[in-house]
Ligand binder design. Structure first.
Ligand code: BES
Ligand code: MN
Ligand code: ZN
Length: 488
């Protein structure tokens, strides 16, 4: 797994600043006000900081921007990084400061002179998240991020504040690694093995194999995987950190590769479909974070892991499937496979765990990208209460999410002449009819949200807290939702 940067918290010693090697970062507010440590650096460098702060470049810089003073006389450090900050940075701006420092730092050791500046934990989280670099398949793996030392007034208290953030960063890295992994490496077997390895963290992990799924009657999920040489699976991850109350359930689409099946996708950009297990990746990342921070909640994560391939054993357009629920489904497009996988896992989650609520995540429809681009995931729900709580958590974590409509009129679009429903309603309102399909597998009194993350799971340009590629979108929001709703 990609390791998070080595981040420590030490007491600040103003007398020792001249001897620090590597990079030295100071945070300077709009007015150019310096804390005691920055003033000491300023004296040692014969007022280099004052000159930089009074420069036109600094005046033009935005909060979070870094000005670099290379090889400063008077210091052992190779450079001083001057970070412009808001007078009172909020959480988002503090994380951005951390992210900008990670980009400026590269492989060099970095010491950040914070003193008693607030939000050290957010700066640390932003730094950890942005320092991600996926090198599993590079022969030259480089050096990885250099060590980071936050020099603060109260090292112990700050380290304690920052610890949950480090659990989040590890969960996000786990999600990103899974989502970035190519399909010849992240096979269904490999995926399940990576999840099983989380037993070390105190999670209970079960792998249901094809025979088990057949016995359970998961005819929809099994149909999707039947054209692949890789066996289909459902993996159940339980974190029981709460009392004896029923768990909250997270369900993920884990299509390790989506060719479209017999309704084959066009060749252009088909390689992007290695990320079609992104929903399952987020579920896994959240479970990892909950275990690492020993969350006081009961949460069960269930993922359906399959590969959608065309072959002589593949399911075909026109096939009629029987789901675990018992409802029959006419396949009109084998590329609308994610909803077939989720239908059975959603039903199994409710049948076995009787959860208090349920959220599923899936890279479900290309139409989601058309509607909301890369900025927001679509939120579809039968519960104003649960969807509002999720949207609030997503906003607090600066992860874009937007509620989409659901209604009976859309539901009619997936009625079938020969079965109970068909698996696609066509082009119009494609994301909504997919959500309506899932809703048919959610019990009436079950609070439920479907998050269509097709546009946010993996992006071809960098974002505030991630390099290009998998983002880990949703791990922070779901972790917060669980903390706010179930750990109070
Ligand atoms: N995995 C795709 C959706 C997708 C597309 C995710 C682009 C990320 C980026 C999904 O299985 C799919 O193929 N959906 C079809 C549904 C259609 C056949 C009803 C789609 O969106 O075209
Ligand atoms: Mn598909
Ligand atoms: Zn898919």
């Amino acid at each position: 797994m990609t390791q998070i940067a080595d981040i420590r918290f030490d007491a600040i010693d103003t007398e020792a600043l001249a001897d620090i090697t590597g990079l030295l970062a100071v945070l300077i507010g709009e007015g150019g006000k310096m804390n005691a440590a920055a003033r000491r650096v300023n004296t040692l460098t014969r007022k280099a900081l004052t000159r930089a702060i009074e420069s036109e470049a600094f005046a033009k810089a935005k909060p979070g921007d870094v000005t670099r003073l290379s090889f400063p006389a008077g210091l052992a450090a190779d450079a001083v990084l001057i970070v412009k900050t808001d007078p009172k940075p909020d959480q988002t701006s503090a994380r951005r400061i951390g992210a900008q420092l990670a980009k400026a730092q590269g492989k060099h050791p970095l010491s950040i002179l914070l003193g008693k500046a607030a939000r050290a934990e957010d700066i640390a989280l932003g730094l950890a998240l942005r320092a991600y670099n996926f090198t599993d398949h590079k022969t030259d793996k480089g050096d990885g991020p250099g060590p980071v030392t936050f020099l603060v007034d109260d090292a112990e208290a700050t380290a304690k504040l920052a610890a949950p953030g480090m659990a989040i960063a590890e969960g996000v890295f786990f999600t990103r690694d899974l989502t970035n992994a190519p399909a010849n490496v992240l096979t269904t077997d490999d995926f399940a093995a990576r999840l099983a390895a989380m037993q070390e963290l105190g999670l209970e992990v079960e792998i249901l194999e094809e025979d088990d799924l057949k016995k359970l009657g998961m005819g929809a999920l099994l149909a999707v995987g039947q054209g692949s040489a890789s066996p289909s699976k459902v993996v159940v991850m339980q974190w029981n950190g709460g009392g004896d109350e029923a768990p909250f359930a997270l369900v993920g689409k884990g299509v390790v590769f989506d060719t479209g099946g017999i309704s084959l996708k066009p060749g252009a950009n088909m390689e992007d479909m290695t990320m079609d297990m992104g929903g399952a990746g987020v579920v896994a990342g959240v479970m990892r974070t909950l275990a690492l921070r020993k969350a006081k909640a009961n949460v069960v994560g269930l993922v359906g892991i399959v590969e959608n391939m065309p072959s002589s054993t593949a399911y075909r357009p026109g096939d009629v499937l029987t789901s675990m629920k018992g409802d029959t489904i006419e396949v009109v497009n084998t590329d609308a496979e994610g909803r077939l996988v989720l239908a059975d896992v959603l039903w199994y989650a409710q049948d076995r765990f009787k959860p208090t609520g349920m959220i599923n995540l899936a890279t479900l429809t290309g139409a989601m990208l058309v509607a909301l681009g890369h900025e927001n995931a679509g939120v579809f729900s039968n519960s104003d209460d649960l969807s509002a709580a999720f949207l609030k958590a997503a906003e607090a974590e600066n992860e874009g999410a937007w509620r989409m409509p659901m209604a009976k009129a859309y539901d009619k679009m997936i009625d079938s002449h020969i079965a109970d429903m068909k698996n696609s309603g066509g082009r119009l309102a494609g994301s909504i009819t997919a959500a309506q399909f899932l809703k048919r597998f959610v019990k009436d009194d079950m609070p439920w949200c479907h998050l269509d993350i097709a546009g946010v799971a993996s992006i071809k340009s960098e974002t505030a807290l991630a390099p290009k590629g998998a983002t880990g979108w949703g791990v922070m929001a779901l972790n917060r939702l669980i903390a706010d709703r179930y750990e109070q």
